[in-house]
Write a protein that binds this ligand. Structure first.
Ligand SMILES: Cc1ncc(COP(=O)(O)O)c(C=O)c1O
Length: 398
């Protein structure tokens, strides 16, 4: 007979009494797994493929990874017909977008030279800028400029990795992935693409020659502003050889509940992004006509092969006449659109890249990249477009 305290810990076990088949993916909220026998345990450590420890793999996280891999591999419609990656796609999920980016950059680019676009998400630029401390040579090429990318790739030692972001944060410049892949591959480098601003609903880089597709799943993929995460997808072999060890050994593995929440978000990704993208078009037109707005930034679809970016997507930026104080005044007067330093939520969000998301980028570089103090970035949500126009109109009227 066991003591009460022992019984409290062990109970009667928790295995399902009969096989169950849940309609939605269950959450395997556990750090480790047990084995039918000690031999099975030994085999698991020696490569049998059985789950053993959640930092390495977990069924809920695997369910999300398989789902994201299937989205990244979905055929893309183009006027010349459908195109899709001609390899098996796999994916690894990380705690954050930055953990995913770090794993990709070091896992594929470490030990050599990296060419990265400048004028992209501030923390990515800040992270890549610190890599020289770890013996990685880094060169930047202006975002959205293929000639600058090619010149930077060819002028120094051949890089191991070319890293681009399209559409770029915050000014939505686009880069033709097919052309960037040709530049990278001609130099013997791999191409990694952060496609967070578009989500896989609108942009699937692997179909256009990229070796790795990266997302901050925190944003449109999870979609509700409740869970951080990041994904790296690519050919199964590259993911297994270069990305998996980065996660297991450097420890960016996410929590099963985070994976489960993210998986839930993916179910509505297509309709959320389509609705927000249609609204963003209307808002961009409205802002483009407004006398207090000097510039509107939207992805230039004409600079890309047809079908690469399906629509302009849910992100836009605009420059308020009068600089930083004028822009902050507009934010203060908004009532519906919320000031929040993220993107990809259900509600429409605004932030001021100059003093917020891109403050980690040196001021001179922000100016060089066109990120002026008057720029506001908007992540469009799924509210009614008329209410958003009215809010912007009121705020801009001062
Ligand atoms: C384009 C882009 N990539 C990566 C990240 C980093 O993602 P996370 O915040 O999930 O680490 C962000 C965050 O805003 C982003 O905008």
């Amino acid at each position: 007979m066991t003591d009460f305290s022992t019984r409290a810990v062990h109970g009667v076990g928790h295995q399902d009494e009969e096989p169950v088949s849940p309609h939605t993916a269950p959450i395997h909220q556990t750090t480790s797994f047990t084995f039918p026998s000690v031999r099975d345990g030994v085999d698991a450590f020696q490569g049998s493929g059985a789950y053993l420890y959640t930092r390495k793999a977990n069924p809920t996280i695997r369910a999300l990874e398989r789902h994201l891999a299937a989205l990244e591999a979905a055929p893309v419609e183009t006027p010349e017909g459908a195109r899709a990656p001609d390899f098996d796609v796999d994916c690894r999920f990380f705690t954050t977008g930055m953990a995913a980016i770090t794993a990709a950059v070091l896992g594929v680019g470490g030990g050599g030279r990296i060419v990265c676009q400048g004028g992209i998400y501030g923390t990515t630029e800040a992270m890549v800028s610190t890599l020289d401390r770890f013996g990685v040579e880094v060169a930047f090429a202006r975002v959205g400029d293929l000639d600058a990318l090619e010149a930077t790739v060819t002028e120094g030692a051949p890089p191991r990795l070319v890293y681009i972001e399209t559409p770029a944060n915050p000014l939505t410049q686009v880069t033709d992935i097919e052309a960037a892949a040709a530049i990278a591959h001609a130099a013997g480098a791999r191409l990694a693409v952060d496609a967070t601003f578009a989500s896989p609903a609108l942009l699937r880089p692997l179909a256009w020659g990229a070796d790795l597709s990266i997302h901050s799943t925190t944003k449109f993929i999870a979609g509700h502003g409740v869970v951080l995460g990041g994904s790296v997808s690519g050919p199964a072999e590259l993911i297994e050889d270069a990305i998996e060890p980065m996660r297991v050994r450097f420890g960016g593995s996410a929590d099963p509940f985070a994976a489960w929440l993210t998986l839930l978000g993916t179910k509505t990704l297509a309709i959320r992004v389509d609705r927000a993208a249609a609204t963003a078009e209307v808002l961009a037109e409205f802002l483009g006509r407004h006398p207090r707005v000097s510039r509107v930034f939207r992805p230039d679809l004409s600079a890309l092969p047809a079908g690469q970016l399906v629509t302009g997507g849910p992100m836009l930026s605009f420059e308020v006449e009068g600089g930083g104080e004028a822009a902050l005044g507009v934010v203060d007067r908004l009532e519906l659109i919320t000031l929040a330093p993220t993107l990809g939520n259900l509600d429409t969000l605004v932030q001021h890249p100059w003093s917020m998301s891109h403050v980690v980028v040196p001021e001179a570089r922000r100016i060089e990249m066109g990120i002026t103090s008057g720029v506001l970035r908007v992540s469009v949500g799924i509210e009614a477009v008329a209410d958003l126009v009215a809010d912007l109109d009121r705020a801009l009227a001062g």
